[in-house]
Design a binder for this molecule. Structure first.
Ligand SMILES: Cc1cc2nc3c(=O)[nH]c(=O)nc-3n(C[C@H](O)[C@H](O)[C@H](O)COP(=O)(O)O)c2cc1C
Length: 330
């Protein structure tokens, strides 16, 4: 019984979405493949993108729908959801996605038909997508400052404001961090994907001890980062590291998360794009010299990093997401 449970830690039976391409509309531009956060999409020999897997992972897809939103011709569509059916990472199989439905209409309306009734804040929230295609254009310092100010005014328990930032705009530094992080991430991926013999025991332990790192989804992102250049930070011109003071009252992780999202929403409202990047943060635990360089010394802890830049093309758009579970107590 226990062995059976362990066996299913790896590549658990998962429901993946289907990727559908309208071949008449598809211009074979490859933006969907480029923007996919994982090793999920590839151009086939026929020149059209298709959903792939690798090394035991059936399909490397998170169902984030970035492929849909970056497609300039509306040819790409993702049908279905990502749901783990068994084992350690089992998720609830509601299996129903729906586009934004802010007014709780019986059927979700088109976004255009409700957009005028929404506040500008709601519009930014519902349309924001993680941006992984950036223009090679610097972000003016005043805009970075405005983003940091949005973070500074986030709520925090006891008004502790338990955060600080390191802003990196030097491309070579970003690339150096990517290379050093890759050395650590590659090892994590190899243990997880190559899980045989002792490796399998190590991988099982890893996934139990650090459940949020040893999952197949980050592994698919590491695989992409290992195969393509500069895709940890997606060639973005700015990277902001968000650090948390562990002495913050109550739950400084939560405070810092809100601070990060304030910055993200402010950036998108200004026409910039952002993407949270957790891959390097996982690696930083094993890179003491980088912690020093980035100012992450006790009592400070890295929470996340954000890449920021001008999006290449129009990307912010609403997508379908898992429907909400809400319990009303009236
Ligand atoms: C804490 C955190 C860490 C993330 N790390 C990464 C990352 O390392 N690389 C990446 O491409 N996307 C990363 N993402 C972005 C998620 O993949 C993305 O938010 C999710 O798929 C939903 O898509 P959306 O942001 O476009 O709505 C991260 C998001 C969060 C909140």
């Amino acid at each position: 019984m226990l062995l059976e449970k362990y066996r299913k830690v790896h590549f658990p039976e998962t429901l993946f979405p289907e990727f559908v391409v309208n071949r008449e509309k598809c211009t074979q531009c490859g933006r969907c493949v480029e923007a996919c956060p994982t090793m999920g999409l590839e151009m086939g020999t026929d020149g059209f993108p298709y959903l792939r897997g690798f090394k035991g992972i059936e399909r490397a897809c998170l169902a984030c729908r970035n492929c849909e939103v970056v497609c300039p011709s509306g040819a790409a569509r993702l049908d279905g959801v990502y749901r783990v059916k068994e084992g350690r990472y089992k998720t609830i199989l509601r299996g129903k996605n729906s586009p934004p439905n802010p007014f709780n209409d019986p059927e979700p309306p088109s976004f255009e038909s409700v957009t005028k009734k929404l506040t500008s804040v709601e519009r930014v929230i519902l349309k924001r997508r993680s941006i992984r295609l950036y223009k090679d254009k610097p972000v003016p310092r005043e805009m970075i400052h405005r983003i940091l100010e949005a973070g500074r005014f986030a709520p925090s328990a006891g008004n502790c404001t338990p955060w600080k930032f390191t802003v990196v705009t030097n491309r070579e530094t970003i690339q150096e961090l990517e290379r050093d992080s890759m050395k650590v991430l590659r090892r994590m991926r190899d243990v997880y994907l190559g899980a045989k013999g002792w490796n399998k025991t190590a991988a099982t332990l890893l996934s139990y001890m650090s459940v949020n790192k040893g999952d197949q989804r980050p592994m698919t992102a590491i695989e992409k980062a290992d195969h393509c250049q500069d895709v940890i930070y997606w060639n973005a011109p700015v990277v902001i590291f968000l650090m948390m003071d562990t002495r913050g009252i109550s739950n400084p992780d939560l405070d810092s998360g809100m601070c990060g999202q304030n910055m993200v929403l402010a950036a998108h409202a200004m026409g910039l794009g952002t993407c949270y990047i957790g891959l390097t943060i996982a690696a930083l635990d094993y890179l003491p010299a980088w912690n020093k360089r980035l100012g992450i010394e006790p009592p400070w802890k890295a929470v996340t990093s954000l890449c920021v830049g001008y999006p290449k093309g129009k990307i912010d758009k609403p997508v379908a997401r898992e429907t909400l579970e809400v319990n009303w107590i009236e």
